[in-house]
Design a protein around this ligand. Structure first.
Ligand SMILES: Nc1ncnc2c1ncn2[C@@H]1O[C@H](COP(=O)(O)OP(=O)(O)OP(=O)(O)O)[C@@H](O)[C@H]1O
Ligand SMILES: [Mg+2]
Length: 347
């Protein structure tokens, strides 16, 4: 069951719109899809017209030691299941100070269930919730509007993914940039898109999400564009992006172990696969450094050399110190969510 996180450290780049519409595209194609709103501001929950769940049934509850995905209460919206956000996430943040606090979501998502794919929407901030999502993921999609600040945020997110892959989650495959809110009339959009494609190559999805009045309206009226039909620009773009993502998930799931990857190519994906239902990825390639000699970012404040490296220099949680070098035992530590134990849920 692949886990896909939608993340960009810059705000307003289309993360929530992409989470909703990729989920709707997978659901429309017949997949069983779960969306988790891990943004404490809960815009995705509100955009879908869903009610705010009680803390223990919100995304925060997934961090509890006793959380079990198969029995976790969900709301059903627009063809997929939703675990919504709650104000309690913000309150819980100040308790999430230990390195192990980034591990709990992964544990819960590894409990038995029958979803074909899980999508996680994140806030622009690199919070412990976002880290939980990255640690639990097989793939990160980075929505990026081809403008200066979103591109900077996207490249920083790429670097974060490299660090997480190296230190915390070796399953994480190469992140994929998804161009969003693309206006074909704007030269600067073309310029930034060209910059990303030149530097990151195949890590940039071929399908751009164009500006679309129906996508903008969908965020206001609690519907997805798929509810109004599959032929609108927004529905066509997100369906094509979902197909590409499904192919990448399939390729990652069937990739040979890293040490033999150079000798045998992965099996070809099925033709025009709509629904991502690959087995969980086992061995995947790490995020790779951008191609050397690639062009500098189109300069608005000068080329930022710090963005050209793969690693971030610090400020992120260190690898957790578990006794056996693996994960901390499930339920063995007081959880930041703690909603089920009632220990300190609403300070
Ligand atoms: N392709 C599109 N065409 C038109 N409007 C869009 C498109 N994608 C997103 N928008 C609009 O842009 C705004 C920001 O989108 P969205 O909320 O998805 O971004 P976000 O990255 O989740 O923001 P935040 O960082 O605040 O969570 C919303 O009003 C949304 O309706
Ligand atoms: Mg959002």
């Amino acid at each position: 069951m692949p886990v896909l996180t939608v993340c960009n450290h810059k705000g307003g780049t289309g993360k929530t719109t992409s989470s909703i519409h990729l989920a709707a595209a997978f659901g429309h194609a017949g997949g069983r899809v779960l969306v988790i709103d891990f943004d404490p501001q809960g815009f995705l929950t509100r955009m879908l017209g869903a009610s705010e769940p009680p803390p223990e049934h919100s995304a925060l509850g997934l961090l509890d030691a006793s959380a079990d995905l198969a029995s976790f209460p969900v709301q059903t919206v627009s063809g997929f299941d939703l675990i919504g956000s709650s104000m309690a996430l913000t309150k819980a943040l100040r308790r999430m100070t230990r390195p192990t606090d980034v591990l709990w979501l992964r544990e819960t998502l590894q409990t038995a269930h029958d979803y074909d794919i899980v999508l996680i929407d994140t806030a622009a901030a690199l919070s412990p919730f976002t880290m939980n999502a990255l640690v639990a993921s097989d793939l990160v999609v980075i929505p990026v509007t081809p403008e200066y600040q979103p591109v900077v945020g996207a490249e920083q997110t790429w670097q974060t993914c490299g660090l997480v892959q190296d230190k915390l989650n070796p399953r994480l495959s190469v992140p994929r940039f998804l161009l969003t809110q693309v206006d074909g009339r704007l030269n600067r959009h073309a310029k930034y898109a060209e910059y990303l494609r030149g530097k990151y190559g195949e890590a940039v999805l071929e399908t751009p999400i164009r500006t679309s009045s129906s996508l903008a309206a969908a965020s206001r009226d609690g519907r997805t564009v798929f509810d109004a039909g599959v032929t609108t620009r927004g529905a066509v773009d997100y369906r094509n992006a979902a197909k590409e993502i499904a192919r990448h998930l399939y390729a990652a799931a069937t990739a040979p172990p890293a040490d033999s990857a150079a000798e045998s190519a992965p099996a070809a994906p099925p033709e025009a696969q709509d629904v991502p239902a690959p087995p969980p990825p086992t061995a995947q390639a790490a995020p790779t450094a951008p191609a050397s000699g690639s062009p500098a970012p189109p300069a608005e404040r000068g080329g930022d050399g710090a963005l050209n490296g793969h690693r971030v220099s610090g400020g992120l949680p260190a690898a957790p110190a578990a006794p056996d070098g693996g994960e901390a035992p499930r339920g063995g530590a007081e959880r930041p969510g703690g909603v089920a134990s009632g220990s300190d849920a609403t300070p």
